[in-house]
Design a protein around this ligand. Structure first.
Ligand code: SF4
Length: 484
């Protein structure tokens, strides 16, 4: 049996696409390569958003050339946003690559691999746009208890720093019935947390003419029995409407958590970024979210050093951060992305200035996050136990879990050790800037069907009848986010 490995770069959309690539390959008869073993097929699912993405891709492909030379029959495939962007350039710069496929045709991978093998010739297949929403592709999910569910792909906005619209195309919305059917099937398999994925979830429904579709979708998720937690990413402040806040607040399994990209606190820069909201609107949404859900944790993305950013612009961002009191923030130092309008703007900010502003912003974000975390000391929270080994501090063995607001909590288990996907209640005893600790043994263990599913997976793996080791599942605070 030929083995495969998928290497993923970038945001949650790519993480989920990689689950689909794995599912497709397993359906076509491939098996996941064991840890440390050289796979017969290596698939790169690439990202064009992160800095130096092309250097990294071509560097990695260069490292694989001697490996491929030493393994007759090995194949290399490159997909994702870099493939969509570079197309034939990939096989020109790395002629030992066998397959290049784009963001709109991930379903073609097994056929292209086979064709490349039979014809002994590189196959490059890039589609310009998505024809049908890829609802029916098989998926090899990384987590037994949490799952990504795509609700839309592509984006109709034109933010000047972002390459997504040209690589993922115009927004395509998936029909609500397909989404809900997928979630119901996941719950039947033991999943109890889903994260709805889209480049701009607040625009969901625009394609089929229903601006209230996202709020309706959240409420419909509330009616799915056995679905404990619903999250979503990423919302866009320009399209955020109050019906979504009401749906969040009134649907018990929609978690009190909002990751909403700010990008800049300066209205002048938001205009230059072609972001159509202003800081006042952004802060207004936060105020209304907190009025409806006082315990909501709000997180964000911020770009530092966008072309033309002045000290005043930077101060405006710091000011919004102080008012918004984020539970955490992904802060990025701006660097030009070829193919975006911002890359050719003449007033790029000097790297040393960007570094200085970035350090100042990161320190402020950490200070506020720590203050916000300290407010939780003494409170009890329900945790969904996460996969992985947990954390060992000195003599205390701790497990990890996520609170409803998605905060990471390292906790001491009670007498009975919970399984990933189970629920426990823990009292917070200590706060750090990026996590919380509970050293009082957790109580109220609720053994869930997700925990059963995780146990079943473990036993299937140990007798070789199931997929190999499971990953960490959706962990929003630990992953780069979608660039909405
Ligand atoms: S940053 Fe987000 S909203 Fe803007 S173009 Fe990119 S994906 Fe769309």
């Amino acid at each position: 049996m030929r083995t495969y490995e998928v290497r993923t770069y970038g945001c949650q959309m790519n993480v989920h696409d990689s689950e689909r690539l794995s599912g497709l390959l397993e359906d076509a008869g491939y098996a996941r390569a064991a840890e440390g073993e050289q796979a017969d097929v290596v698939v790169f699912n690439t990202c064009a958003v992160r800095e130096n993405a092309d250097n990294r891709l071509y560097g990695n492909l260069g490292h694989l050339k001697p490996v491929k030379d030493a393994h007759p029959g090995m194949q290399i495939a490159v997909g994702g946003c870099m493939a969509q962007k570079d197309r034939g350039e990939v096989v020109r710069r790395a002629p030992w690559v066998d397959v290049v496929f784009g963001t709109h045709n991930i379903g073609s991978l097994p056929v292209l691999l086979e064709r490349a093998r039979v014809q002994q010739e590189a196959q490059v297949e890039i589609l310009e746009s998505l024809e049908v929403f890829p609802s029916t592709l098989p998926t090899r999910r990384e987590s037994a208890y949490a799952a990504w569910v795509s609700i839309s792909v592509g984006c109709n906005n034109t933010c000047t720093f972002c390459i997504v619209p040209s690589l993922r195309g115009k927004e395509k919305d998936r029909r609500p019935g397909d989404i809900l059917a997928e979630i119901e099937a996941l719950v039947a398999e033991g999943v109890s947390e889903v994260t709805l994925l889209g480049q701009n979830v607040n625009a969901y429904g625009v394609e089929f003419g229903d601006r209230a579709a996202f709020a309706k979708l959240l409420r419909a998720c509330g009616g799915i029995e056995g679905l404990e937690r619903v999250r979503f990413t990423s919302p866009h402040p320009a399209d955020f409407t109050d019906d979504v806040i009401a749906a969040m607040a009134e649907t018990p399994n929609v978690m009190p958590q909002l990751h909403m990209p700010l990008q800049s606190g300066s209205d002048r820069l938001l205009r230059a970024m072609r972001r159509s909201y202003r800081s006042e609107r952004y802060l207004g949404i936060i105020e209304r979210v907190r009025a409806a859900m006082p315990d909501a944790a709000i997180t964000t993305d911020i770009i530092v050093g966008f072309p033309g950013e002045t000290d005043d612009d930077h101060r405006a961002t710091l000011d919004v951060v102080r008012q918004a009191r984020f539970a955490s923030a992904f802060t990025f130092q701006y660097s030009p992305r070829p193919g975006t309008p911002a890359a050719t703007m003449s007033d790029q900010v000097a790297p040393e200035v960007v570094k200085e502003r970035y350090a100042e912003l990161a320190a402020l974000v950490d200070e506020i996050a720590w203050d916000e975390n300290k407010k939780l000391v003494g409170r009890s929270v329900e945790l969904m136990v996460a996969e992985g080994e947990g954390r060992k501090d000195g003599a205390t063995a701790r497990l990890s879990g996520r609170a409803p607001d998605n905060r990471l909590v390292h906790f001491a288990p009670g007498d009975e050790v919970p399984r990933p996907g189970d629920l426990v209640t823990a009292e917070i005893t200590y706060a750090a800037p990026h996590h919380l600790v509970s050293d009082i043994p957790a109580a109220d263990l609720r053994r869930t069907r997700s925990g059963d599913a995780w146990e079943q997976r473990q036993s299937d793996e140990s007798c070789g009848t199931g997929p190999s080791s499971s990953g960490a599942g959706p962990v929003l605070l630990g992953l780069p986010t979608l660039p909405a």
